[in-house]
Design a binder for this molecule. Sequence first.
Ligand code: ADP
Ligand code: ZN
Length: 732
Amino acid sequence: MSKDIYAEVLIEYEVKSLDKVFTYEIPSFLLDKIKVGMKVKVPFNNKSINGLVLKLKNSCDEQFEIKEIIEILNEDIVFDDEMFKIAEKLKNLTLCSLSTAFKTMVPASLKVSSNKKSMAKYERLLILNKEENVIEEYINNNKKAKKQIELLEKLVSNEQIFYRDYPVSVVKALAEKELVTYEYIPKYRIMPKEKIKSVVALTEEQSLVINNILKEKNKYKTHLIYGVTASGKTEVYFNLIETILKNNQTALVLVPEITLSTQLIKRFYERFGNIVGIYHSSLSDTERYDEYLKAYRNEVKIMIGTRSSVFVPLKNLGIIIIDEEHSDNFKQDTTPRYNAIDIAKFRAKYHSIPLVLGSATPSLESMAKANVGIYSLHTMKKRIGLSILPEVTIVDMAEEMKKRNNVISELLKNNINKCLNANEQAIILLNRRGYSSFITCQNCGYTYKCKYCDISLTYHKSSDSLRCHYCGYTVIKDDKCPECHESSLSFLGTGTEKLEDIFKKEFSNAKILRMDTDTTANKGSHEKIINAFKNHEYDILIGTQMISKGLDFPLVTLVGVINADASLNIPDFRSSERTFELLDQVAGRAGRSGLKGNVIIQTFNPDNYIFENVKNHDYESFYQNEMAIRKKLKYPPYYFLTSIKIISPEYELASKEATKVKSFLEKNLQKSTIILGPTTANVFRINNTYRFQIIIKYQKDDQLEKTLKDLEQIFITNKKVYLEIDNNPLKV
Ligand code: ADP
Ligand code: ZN
């Protein structure tokens, strides 16, 4: 058999989403080194450019002159078969290019376009360089060189000593006599943690779920654990993973958001110690690189992380667990618009292993799949120990307004005081950050709006500025109305920052803490907030949805929701589902340790059906109610959706192209498919670009994939109009 002397290389091309594959000759000095999946430098248009080796071959029928590969760029990672297949899958699911797919799957420094050779750090581990009797002799004859002797004795007794542990002069003296030498070993930026927790005895419910899942541990199957808050799901995950580890396999655990999962990650470290790796976007690039490599080198056996960790190349994967599976965060809302659950399914299928989804409020899609038997359903109805579900009261804010209680209802106020008097803690949810959501002039009606987006600016008091939450545009607030110059600017719509002020006035003896995107911008700040609150340094925690999930504070007996309508009134077919989840989750923070919990929810729409379901902690009824609505309105899970946005800096052009896209779809899709629009998108103008939207609803359409690919091709070279295709969008 002749040698493979040619390589097909995928190069990073500058034009959007175009994949270019070219054949290069492998120079003789690289012949035995180049492998499929390696990153290389190749000549291209008189420049050199980075590429990824897709295939090796021994012949080539290329018409053009064949150039030679220049060098191998980074040997830390070589993509394997699974990674190639995942990239292909990602490309098909989201219609992105193969280059974009690979880019999405790795930390920044491993991207094909990155020129970084290696980010790996090493450290010098000292080792003995002579037989033990020679060392002993040296020790006996040189008793005065105390430091040298101490070092040698430690090495003789197999202690780990690094170059940096002793003064250079000491190490050098021993190295010159060839008694000691060193070897490089990888040094990681995130140090391993020691395990401390012992194992608990499982409840009957927990054992049953574990056994039922493990019965099928060697085949691909999606399991849905529907377990109320504090029913012990995490303990189930731990046990599943323990069994998998005994099999010499590894486990991947996805969590929605790192800020919501600090406590969970801590529990993983305590339970499994230094075989746990973490991977998420608030790590630095080098830290992420290290964690990725630990998985690749099979040095960590459990990887816990957010959406992007679904791509981490763990060896010999044995189980994938997705906690809080209903969360929106598993779907990426920029290109490529993938859902980590789809990628997890693909990997589980690839390895023939179980995928476990867990939630107290499963997404409607997942529960529907479980109900028709596509997923296996495992239900956990009982809370662990003494903890009982809290009592929920709904307060009609229209009535309170009459009594001039504009922000805090009488009931909530009384309960907060009661809670403070009992020396217990309260959590207050307001899902809107900033000080006030808009500033309006009472005299002329002027409202501060973003220059680039169709959105009013949010006032942030700490910086005395108005900010656009879409594009970041910021202006300093004026003293007087910029339009009519009267001093009549008023602050409307309360955000968490203003609520904190109001609470500090109303409950002046209480210590109050706020947690939202603004107070957690710095690394480590959310952990500080959580720990301070857990240690009872504060009485009341005010926050956005960030405080609604995953947190376990034994002293919290009261949860207040200031404005439940904030998420209910968002124009999206999933807003009821999201609000139910949010309220049920935040309610689950109260009364977790045997103390009785109270939840008070303030709304202007007390008659909305979801409040009855929240009040009774009744996910099943919520599910039935909402499914009936979805069926009637032809929404998921009854229909699939694809959203197409037609975006351009020119209004006329966007409008014209949107109409063309519609007729293209009508011509090519099946008759049973519903095509809605074009209409203006929810926020019509963002960053000075105009956005039209078309929604496709279908149950089955064999023409869809091809039609969308063709459409994408038509627009790929259009510099003025951009197409944003989102399959199974979470928001429309
Ligand atoms: P979930 O993930 O369903 O919200 P957790 O796993 O966090 O529930 O469990 C809630 C609490 O109960 C935790 O403090 C956990 O340590 C404890 N717990 C879980 N299982 C058991 C058990 N079998 N025995 C005693 N305590 C348990
Ligand atoms: Zn803006």
